[in-house]
Design a protein around this ligand. Sequence first.
Ligand code: PBG
Length: 332
Amino acid sequence: MIRPRRLRSTPQMRRLVAETRLHAADLVLPLFVKEGLTEPKPLGSMPGIVQHTEESLAEAVAQAAAAGVGGVMLFGIPEHRDATGSQADAPDGILNRAIRIARDAARDAAAGTGRPGPVVMADLCLDEFTDHGHCGVLTAGPDGDLVVDNDATLVRYASMALTQAEAGAEVVAPSGMMDGQVAVIRETLDDAGHTGVSILAYSAKYASAFYGPFREAVDSTLQGDRRTYQMDSANFREGLREADLDLAEGADMVMVKPAGSYLDVLAAVAERSDVPVAAYQVSGEYAMIEAAAANGWIDRRGAVLESVLGIKRAGADIILTYWALEIAEWIR
Ligand code: PBG
């Protein structure tokens, strides 16, 4: 008889034949930094995650380095918001300050341990910086309603990319789903001599209910929704088209987001991409498992590892997850 169970018979055998393995270097830890905060502030909808002060950000980056985490993705929460998100490209705006702090902390950690620190990545989007909470600037649409102006937003993204590169970001990650954003950012960076700064494109980013807790994490003021620029969750083929466009525009890495409900898109993008593919396990995916575990309804560690392993198995080379630090410590 053919007996597949032989290869499952002992922990040693199962370890030997495992087809997919998590590694700390594959994981990216998202970090929130809030301007004017004096103490790290825990998030009610994301137990274990905080809004950082500038000081606690440096400590978090050092911890990520010690655990061998591959990267950190920075989000800034400014004190002042306005229609165009002017703090986003202010050289001393909170996100740009955070980039400098994270670079220094990563460099110090690397010097101290002789091992590479995490790659410093910055979210490149306007939603944390605008008073209306949209990912771009608004203009009057045909019916007098306000719509996000794609091409005016590209000008803002180009400026953000420059200040992020000047602050020391190694990777900029445009997440606003504006058409042409990768091309404009690449051209702007190259023209300014920042040819070494990589672009991680949020390529197939869906309008998702799973971003709910993130709204608390960045004190979001969103009016309306993002369905005129983020993708419809019904669409698979369109996700591939978005990824292809970003590859053609020069993305160094492409991303699918959220991860868990879009594993089909992730697998197909991984199949056709000739650059590394990332997946973002978003705030709502985190909150669901944490909530079920807190109620004793699910085994926390088992569910966390299974959810992330599933994303890796589907084809992600890089996984953004709020559990990055904890997983890195578990698998060390
Ligand atoms: C946009 C951005 C969002 C997330 C990452 N980048 C919010 C959105 O598009 O609505 C969500 C991440 C998460 O939910 O964990 N700056």
